[in-house]
Design a protein around this ligand. Structure first.
Ligand code: SAH
Length: 454
């Protein structure tokens, strides 16, 4: 689409939407212009910064009409950090924007009509919700610092607290930072590829209060290992596990291959509802435990199990959804691509004495077609794929297998909409969709869809 405006031009616009990175969207003759720090419902003067084929960028010069949902971002480092995108939007506004986003993509990409899309389920207190923190470590004027990468850069800014983190995580990071300082441990320098400590990771069991600390170093050894372990173990309440990971590569990836338990257990435990989970340093585990329960309960409700069903849980991770469903199903089969996660899933089944769940490592799009060929069908199929959505081969197998119900848990509404269209064309009908806010203050939104065979 040809740009109806030019660089450096000023225009008066109204803002309608928010993009996934929290920019407001204004339209000039249908041409979208993305403008940081503007909110839906606002009006203002913008200066065009850049124009491209399909869209442009602008800067907000003056606000004529302010949204009643605009608020002062409570975090003092909000602007520099970029971890959150919409702290300047009231929580009510955030939830409404997420619902609208899901509704828009279902119409635009999914071409779905008459689907009941509920209001996004939010949190009562949308702060301090994260159970896991991963902070990069660096040095400033010879002093060790740990915090976050400045927006669009690799500069580390020191941080005392992150207000979407569990306060315990902030406390743990500060304690570990002080101990590392005390022993003058050198931080990793990514330009020189020198120094030792690269990242501090901490995870807390929301229900149990158990804490794990992971120290990632470039060096094979953690300097002053014994002293540091002793001090961490002695000063953090609830500490159950101290883990060392070695990442000696020049890379942005946080973890290296080698992980070793230095002190305590290999795992910490947590509960979602009544199901207990063992979580190791490298396991994928949902970061917002309170909302995870809401999400899984919704999936369970949509599955509508009576106790007689065979269920397949594709993309099962460490078996979280599978074990949740197993309590109400005859049998659950979980499949997941990461073998270590499958080991965790089996261990978690045992831990909860759940005997009707089985797990297999492999690609969902390979394993499930094979199960189907061997005559193993599901009454209910649950998928919870990564952002890119389901593989086509898996969708085709679902259409052939014809489970009565499909429950789709999605972290990306755009690929959910795309996949729902495929299922609709294959004989299914989307009955309803429930968005759930797992990441307040950011633009991410999860959604659960109930899909039935017609
Ligand atoms: N249901 C789990 C995990 C969801 S995240 C939970 O709620 O905790 C998505 C999972 O899909 C990840 O564990 C990832 O490793 C896995 N995955 C990615 N591609 C896959 C594929 N092709 N086949 C099976 N699993 C896959």
């Amino acid at each position: 689409m040809h740009a109806p405006v030019q660089k450096n031009e000023y225009c008066d616009v109204g803002f309608e939407d928010l993009t996934h990175d929290g920019n407001g969207v204004a339209k000039v003759e249908g041409y979208p212009i993305f403008v940081p720090n503007s909110l839906p419902g606002e009006k203002g003067k913008i200066k065009i910064v850049k124009t491209g084929k399909g869209y442009g960028f602008g800067r907000l010069m003056e606000l004529y009409e302010e949204s009643r949902h605009r608020q002062e971002p409570p975090c003092p480092i909000y602007k520099e950090c970029g971890g959150c995108q919409i702290q300047h939007y009231s929580y009510e506004g955030q939830l409404a924007a997420k619902t609208k986003h899901v509704r828009d993509v279902m119409t635009r990409i999914g071409k779905l009509e008459n689907v009941k899309i509920h209001e996004t389920l939010g949190m009562t207190d949308p702060w301090h919700y994260r159970n896991k923190a991963q902070v990069p470590v660096g040095e400033r004027n010879g002093e060790l610092i740990a915090g976050f990468y400045q927006k669009r850069s690799h500069e580390i800014i020191d941080m005392d607290a992150c207000i979407i983190q569990d306060q315990k995580n902030d406390e743990v990071i500060q304690v570990v930072k002080d101990i590392l300082k005390k022993y003058s441990v050198r931080a990793y320098d990514e330009h020189k590829h020198s120094g030792a400590i690269r990242h501090i990771m901490t995870r807390i069991g929301h229900k149990t209060g158990e804490v794990m600390v992971v120290l990632v170093t470039r060096t094979k050894e953690l300097p002053h290992q014994n002293k540091i372990i002793e001090e961490i173990a002695g000063s953090i309440k609830g500490i159950k596990s101290i883990v060392h990971n070695v990442n000696s590569k020049r890379t942005n990836v946080i973890f290296g291959k080698d992980t070793k338990v230095l002190w305590g257990e290999e795992v910490i435990y947590d509960y979602i509802g009544d199901v207990k989970f063992a979580i190791s340093a490298r396991s994928f585990y949902q970061v917002n435990p309170a909302q995870t329960k809401v999400l899984y309960e919704q999936a369970l409700e949509y599955a509508g199990l009576s106790g007689e069903e065979t269920v397949i849980d594709a993309y099962c991770g460490i078996g979280t959804i599978s074990l949740f469903l197993a309590q109400k199903a005859k049998k659950v089969f979980g499949v997941e691509i990461v073998p270590e996660a499958i080991e965790d899933a089996k261990r978690n089944a045992e831990l909860n004495e759940i005997a009707n769940a089985e797990f297999e490592a492999g690609e969902a799009e390979v394993v499930i077609p094979r199960w189907y060929k061997e005559g193993n069908k599901a009454d209910v199929l649950v998928v919870d794929p990564p952002r890119k959505g389901c593989d086509e081969a898996l969708l085709q197998t679902i259409i052939d297998m014809k489970p009565k119900k499909v429950v789709y848990v999605s972290c990306n509404p755009a690929t959910l909409a795309r996949d729902l269209r495929v299922l609709e064309d294959g004989g299914y009908k989307t009955a309803e969709i429930q968005p759930v806010d797992m990441f307040p203050q950011t633009m991410h939104v999860e959604a659960v869809a109930k899909i039935e065979l017609v």
